[in-house]
Design a protein around this ligand. Structure first.
Ligand SMILES: Cc1cc2nc3c(=O)[nH]c(=O)nc-3n(C[C@H](O)[C@H](O)[C@H](O)COP(=O)(O)OP(=O)(O)OC[C@H]3O[C@@H](n4cnc5c(N)ncnc54)[C@H](O)[C@@H]3O)c2cc1C
Length: 352
């Protein structure tokens, strides 16, 4: 295990900000993980976990030890009913989805091309085009940073909901040996086990997907075709972080009660509003931001702004640090609050 000092985090930050970690280490296996925890305990320094940095705003240099899982094994077998796949946290998510489509293990194809690692995917219960990762997870293997024990969480233990899970929460037991950053969650995910189907059943309930398929004469008859369709839609709508720094959707879609949604729709009948489960309704955050006049906005220096094809995506044109982006996000939040009396919640985590 090679602990590096003052390591740049620019490669692990899709906004492309220039930031560094006081100490940084890649964890390939459980021995590395235990050694990293021991390092933190001895130095009494805080621990921060990152993946590919596609859902992070790194606001400053990160003190203490920053770790990143790089284990990449996949174990795949059938139990007669389902394909059981255990995959290490460090594997790239989209590489994994591609492998499963090729292997005839179905259920993840709508989640194609989401950036990031397998280990980060349960953290916000990644979702797209009518599918959430929670639909296919059987269990998550993690290290409890408070007790330093390995634990196996069943899907019910994970507390999955819309862009949320127990892995986002930062509650701590007293007397924990490891100091965690204020927002660092309690569990370090080392592997995820999925139950995938060997019978292909297309999920095409998301209207925009079918519309795009029709307009572009793209077939959607098998999993490989759905994967290709999802990739094409995403590439047409979202900026490639390699060309224009971003973290995908910057705000979650606000959830309203039935009564709140009824009042909202009375004032804004054109607003996209759809059932979100548990009697709640979701309002499209991108629509709110667009209506508030932010789509295509560029901050006065031109360094950061709002993507011109999708108001939900904040972009870094030319800024070395996150300060201006954080200010822009706060301005957008206040203007939506003022105009619609709706509070937007940021999706990417800001660290430290
Ligand atoms: C262009 C673009 C499009 C996107 N589209 C979508 C989308 O359609 N749907 C969607 O849900 N998200 C989307 N995202 C967000 C992002 O891709 C996902 O949230 C992804 O899972 C983040 O993975 P990561 O490895 O980059 O994690 P990071 O951004 O590095 O970390 C995210 C969080 O996970 C924690 N974390 C990372 N690894 C671990 C681990 N091993 N154990 C415990 N905690 C960990 C971090 O501490 C942090 O809190 C998009 C982002 C971009 C840039």
């Amino acid at each position: 295990m090679n602990i590096l000092r003052d390591q740049s985090l620019q490669p692990y930050n899709t906004f492309g900000f220039i930031q560094s970690a006081e100490y940084f280490v890649e964890l390939k296996n459980s021995d590395d993980t235990l050694a990293a925890l021991e390092f933190c305990r001895k130095k009494n320094c805080q621990l921060t976990v990152i993946g590919d940095g596609s859902n992070l705003v790194v606001a400053d240099n990160i003190p203490g030890l920053t770790v990143r899982m790089t284990n990449k094994c996949v174990d795949h077998h059938s139990d007669g009913n389902r394909q059981i796949v255990t995959v290490d946290a460090g594997l790239n998510w989209d590489t994994f989805v591609g492998m499963m489509v090729n292997a005839g293990a179905y259920g993840l194809e709508n989640l194609s091309l989401i950036p990031g690692t397998v280990g980060a995917a349960p953290v916000q219960n990644i979702g797209a085009y009518g599918v959430e990762i929670a639909n296919t997870i059987l269990s998550v293997t993690c290290v409890d940073l408070d007790t330093q024990e390995i634990c196996e969480m069943t899907v019910d233990d994970c507390g999955f909901s819309y862009r949320n899970s127990i892995f986002k929460q930062s509650s701590s037991i007293r007397g924990s040996a490891i100091r965690r950053g204020i927002h660092t969650p309690r569990y370090l995910i080392t592997a995820v086990t999925f139950g995938l189907s060997d019978i292909f059943s297309p999920e095409l309930s998301y209207e925009a997907l079918l519309r795009f398929a029709d307009q572009n004469a793209l077939p959607a008859g098998n999993a490989a075709e759905i994967r290709a369709l999802v990739i094409a839609v995403r590439q047409s709508k979202l900026p490639d972080p390699a060309a224009l720094g971003n973290a995908g959707s910057f705000f979650k879609n606000p959830e309203l009660t039935g009564e709140q949604a009824r009042k909202f729709r009375a004032s804004w009948p054109d607003a996209p509003c759809y059932p979100g489960g548990n009697g709640q309704y979701k309002i499209a955050a991108g629509w709110l931001i667009d209506q508030a006049g932010w789509r295509g906005f560029k901050e006065i220096s031109g360094d950061v702004g709002v993507y011109d094809k999708q108001a939900l995506v904040l972009v870094n044109h030319n800024s070395e640090h996150a300060e201006k982006l954080i200010k822009l996000a706060a301005d957008i939040k206040s203007s939506v609050q003022e105009q619609f009396d709706i509070t937007l919640e940021q999706e990417p985590r800001t660290i430290p």
